[in-house]
Design a protein around this ligand. Structure first.
Ligand code: XIL
Length: 327
């Protein structure tokens, strides 16, 4: 008798999964039974919805939103302004020269308005800007094309445009390595400065691409508390726990070592216990996938290496991690 994960967490926060139309087709049962929210793993990103200046393609994103509505699930929007998966035309003039700042700003506004307006009332929150802060040991803000062409004001503008497009949507800033002290403080400073200028940023997304050892439980707690001290809500937006040590480059494993799975189960138990402790500030926990047969971790950070980072196994059965994650 397998309890529903989402039902078990109904008193805490929605439990989400990143999906595509293919994943919805192939994982329908586990998805509808255990999850109460979805995110498009790729299909709302700039390159996929807006591949050419005058062409939008919403077919896959529409399917995902329709599936969610039919099954009474929430939808988190991901993502509007990012340095990855953004077509090169965005940053070019019509003759291939660099785009003029005023034109790029207008494109950003038009893109945000078009995408958010389409899903108004159906997508309740958006990762407006993704990964704008540089990694530890580097500058404060990432040296992206958005930043290089528009300067740091592109951040403020993105949130203002998003708020115009859908005043009811909750607007998030989303990033990874969020529990490392230096990066955490850079994210903190970014959101603090925006809010000090009355820019509408309502939440911080902690991606949660974590490992068996790091980040330590105390660093997760410290990060939640630090971000929450800004008066924003927190969501865990892309949770998965790789079985590989960060230095491990081997590509030959075909089945997961049992002792790693056991450690992963303990980790999921520890992490979900922390999330429950902070249920007053955490308003959603999304896993970056549904089951271990389909995970971006199979290609990242090492290409073509099987990983098993989620709560359900390759046959869509609950793992030890699932049982430990339950309240
Ligand atoms: C990843 C997807 O999972 C992959 O399918 C795609 O090839 C690349 O992007 N941080 C994010 C997500 O914010 O959008 C990324 O998703 C994973 C890292």
């Amino acid at each position: 008798n397998i309890p529903s994960l989402a039902a078990a967490y109904a008193a805490y926060f929605p439990i989400g999964a990143a999906v595509s139309p293919e994943v919805i087709r192939s994982h329908r049962d586990v998805l509808t039974r255990h999850f109460s929210s979805v995110t498009a793993e790729n299909h709302m990103k700039f390159a996929l919805v807006h591949p050419e200046p005058d062409r939008y393609d919403f077919a896959a994103a529409d399917d995902i939103v329709a599936f969610a509505q039919a099954n009474h699930m929430k939808v988190r929007g991901h993502t509007l302004v990012w340095h990855n998966q953004t077509p090169s035309w965005v940053f070019e003039g019509s003759d291939g020269s660099p785009v003029k700042p005023a034109d790029l700003r207008a494109r950003m506004r038009e893109h945000i308005h078009t995408v958010m307006s389409r899903y108004r009332g159906r997508v309740y929150c958006w990762d407006v800007v993704n990964e704008a802060v540089a990694d530890s040991g580097e500058a404060w803000l990432r040296d992206s094309k958005w930043h290089a062409i528009l300067g740091p004001d592109y951040l403020r503008d993105a949130y203002i445009f998003a708020h115009e497009a859908d005043p009811d949507a909750l607007l998030f800033y989303n990033d990874y390595n969020e529990c490392e002290e230096e990066k955490r403080e850079k994210i903190y400073r970014l959101v603090r400065d925006l809010r000090a200028q009355d820019v509408p940023v309502h939440g911080i997304g902690m991606q949660g691409h974590w490992g068996l050892v790091r980040p330590a439980a105390d660093d997760i707690r410290r990060t939640i508390e630090r971000f929450a001290s800004l008066g924003v809500q927190i969501q865990i937006t892309e949770l998965d726990i790789t079985l590989y040590d960060w230095q491990d480059r081997r590509t030959d494993l075909r089945t997961p070592p049992p002792e790693w799975l056991e450690r992963q189960a303990e980790r999921y138990g520890e992490i979900f216990a922390i999330f429950r402790e902070y249920k007053d500030v955490i308003t959603g926990v999304t896993l970056w996938g549904v089951a271990d047969d389909w995970t971006w971790r199979d290609d990242f950070p090492v290409r073509g290496r099987k990983d098993w980072p989620l709560l359900f196994d390759t046959a869509h059965q609950p793992k030890a991690a699932f049982w430990r994650a339950l309240p």
